[in-house]
Design a protein around this ligand. Sequence first.
Ligand code: XLS
Ligand code: NI
Ligand code: NI
Length: 438
Amino acid sequence: MGRFFDSDKITYRSGAKREFLWYDPERVVLGKTMREHLKFAASYWHTFVAEGADMFGVGVLDKKFGGVDPFDVYRRKAEAAAEFMDILGIDYYCFHDRDIAPEAATLAETNRNLDELSDYLGKVMADHGKKLLWGTANLFNNPRYMHGAGTSPSVDVFAFAAAQVKKALDVTVKLGGNGYVFWGGREGYETLLNTDVGLEQDNMARLLWMAVNYGRKIGFKGDFYIEPKPKEPTKHQYDFDAATVIGFLQKYGLQNEFKLNIEANHATLAGHTFQHELNIARVNGAFGSIDANQGDLLLGWDTDQFPSDPYEATLCMLEVLKAGGFTNGGLNFDAKIRRGSCRLDDMLDGYVLGMDTFALGLLTAARILEDGRLEDLRADRYASWNGELGQRIRSGNSSLEELSDYALAKGDVLSSVESGRQEYLEHMVNQLLFSSDK
Ligand code: XLS
Ligand code: NI
Ligand code: NI
């Protein structure tokens, strides 16, 4: 029994009331342990800060963890976080600056709070062998950011945001962070009637460049990420989806400085699958990290549920494996329990659900790759591109004239079109997912 959570360490098939059924951390899959593959992280904001309030009601969970004065509450959050991660065997955590220390009346005072409490957090996490996957600045909560931060019409607000990013980078580096995330909470617009999109996007890129230059100057060796999201809280967010962000990065010459942090629920809000977003990131060399959660297709907002769908997790892990696995990134549960799950220990069930869902996903994705049929079929489908004509087009040595002559000589090409065999492939995935000899 812990100090904060009523649970012993949760392990693989222990028979205890909470156990992992698939997540066996030291099991080796395709040459690496499951723990190394999955690199699970706990999100500080959902897990140790948010108390379950929504637009219609107050919180239902007490996350003061017995603390009374404000600093004591934040210190206890750090201790509770380490205990929670120990129980689950989670190695990494992620935070916003404002999750770990309270904002004060002036920026100087706020920064002092952050210095003191991040020292404490760093010490607690180091004592427990926990590592920082990424840090970020909360540039969306405070009213000053109502019109945006890096895209605010006010240069003063832009400057304040820049100061906050500087400090958040300092803290991330101090705590040994492997990454730094930009999620553009209010970087978007409500109406074009009052918005200068061109200037706002240029300014956002300026802030990103400043962050890169400063981060590298102070010795940040990790990855910078952008986390795409199409809407909420603003009607239209500039970082709509992976493709939009990649185009933005290229326009401003930032493509070698940033990777993407792909969130499942943001993908579905953009009208894409999680797999699609990961795939677009991967094929553009921008795969970085993952915010693991799950939306509800009947609801139009970021419900941030714990992932429970092994099929989705399989398709996700297939992309991760094909990207060569995580380097600085990992699998951060940007997820919260439902408001009706009103006991602190319900959070353990949420994480067990999410971790086991991704363990199943990893095991099945590895089976798909080992089985080889899916990859072979895909390769076959494109085999003509390895032929003489295909090679010439690929090397840039063909022309419309040449291809016109070729097509005219053929007369028609319908006979060269093969079946896509979608149903066969879907059945195969089910077979690999559910066959008993896993
Ligand atoms: C909100 C985002 C946020 C980021 C971090 O929708 O997912 O939680 O991950 O600022
Ligand atoms: Ni997120
Ligand atoms: Ni989100």
